[in-house]
Design a binder for this molecule. Structure first.
Ligand SMILES: [Zn+2]
Ligand SMILES: [Zn+2]
Length: 348
């Protein structure tokens, strides 16, 4: 048994440190000292009581750390104690029909990660040490800080989304919402050779995007956003529109922003879901494709790892605050403030 400390959501707006034990390492597992965890919207929603789960809940699936020990057979992964790694923590079963089709991001059991003896429900990254399968470790370049490497998972989510859009060189791409995910979409679309427009009400976020890949940023409250896209695209409409906001109204607008042969990607989840009217006629006459994007597959994680390691995508500007593990409560409070980008909890 290995003693571990967890930072758990213990109640509405409340966190606490909990001492737990985790069983010894399996042959293909690694023990990782957690050095940085980014607080994603999942943890924030549980903390705010928007997503109801059994408490206490140990969130944290955006993790980077240092390998402490490897199980008997895990050396075949190529890792050794002391290696700095980004960790893929989200669970997929490998056995359900979606997993067997290679769509592990759509796993039937993604939310039912088996809980190890003595541990609490949740993705479980907010601990001082975690045990993970060795094939879920991704080596970090020396140039990258643990805080930056903890953003590998959210970047992987956006890689998945951008890959679904099949952006062509020179296409016009609209990103709705300039939070962390919106900003990653802007950078990735730019890297794919697109001209990119961000639609976002907060001026600070518009400025951030313009410094990191956006050709133009507009305030959707400053006029008709659909007309703004028409004008920007020379009357053609966008090739691709990503809605990274949990707003059903923005989704309906995204459909109208798409031009002939355009693709609309609903990236954000909605809590609660709000059914909304879209224009079937616009979809028909323009052959608009509407789809969603949820979670990454392992290949997306590997891509995100390479993009960060080789400096093709930077993410330092997306980190708004860093707190030590002991100040977890403050970190959660900072993460839910309007306008916050990623808040990171560091340890060790
Ligand atoms: Zn996440
Ligand atoms: Zn599965």
């Amino acid at each position: 048994m290995i003693p571990v400390k967890a930072l758990a959501v213990t109640g509405f707006g409340e966190t606490g440190l909990v001492a737990l034990f985790t069983p010894a390492l399996g042959p293909m597992e690694a023990l990782v000292r957690v050095r940085a965890v980014a607080l994603c919207t999942l943890e924030q929603r549980v903390f705010r009581g928007v997503v109801k789960v059994p408490l206490p809940f140990v969130g944290g699936h955006e993790v980077a750390g240092e390998v402490i020990a490897l199980g008997e057979e895990a050396h075949i992964s190529g890792f050794k104690p002391g290696d700095r790694v980004a960790v893929r923590l989200l669970y997929n079963c490998g056995a359900c029909p979606a997993c067997r089709r290679g769509q592990s991001n759509l796993c039937d059991h993604a939310r039912h990660k088996p809980v190890r003896e003595g541990l609490l429900p949740g993705p479980g990254g907010l601990m001082d040490q975690v045990i993970v399968p060795a094939n879920m470790l991704f080596g970090m370049s020396d140039r990258l800080g643990f805080d930056e490497a903890s953003l590998t998972e959210p970047l992987a989510c956006c890689v998945h989304s951008v890959n679904r859009a099949q952006i062509s060189l020179g296409e016009d791409v609209v990103v709705i919402g300039g939070g962390v995910m919106g900003q990653f979409h802007v950078m990735l679309a730019r890297l794919r050779g697109a001209r990119v427009l961000l639609s976002e009400p907060m001026e600070t976020r518009r400025r951030l995007a313009c410094g990191h890949g956006a050709d133009r940023a507009v305030d959707p409250a400053g006029g008709d956003p659909v007309a703004a896209i028409r004008e920007w695209s020379g009357g053609q409409g966008a090739g691709v529109v990503f809605n990274t906001t949990p707003e059903a109204g923005a989704f309906a607008q995204a459909v109208l922003m798409a031009g002939k042969g355009g693709r609309v990607i609903q990236y954000s989840s909605l809590h609660p879901d709000v059914p909304t009217a879209i224009s079937p006629q616009h979809v028909h006459t323009n052959e608009v494709t509407i789809t969603g994007s949820v979670s990454p597959v392992v290949e997306d994680f590997a891509t995100a790892n390479r993009l960060l390691n080789h400096g093709l995508i930077g993410c330092r500007h997306l980190i708004s605050d860093v707190f030590p593990f002991e100040e977890g409560q403050k970190a959660f409070e900072a993460a839910i403030k309007p306008g916050a980008m990623r808040v990171i909890i560091t340890s060790g």
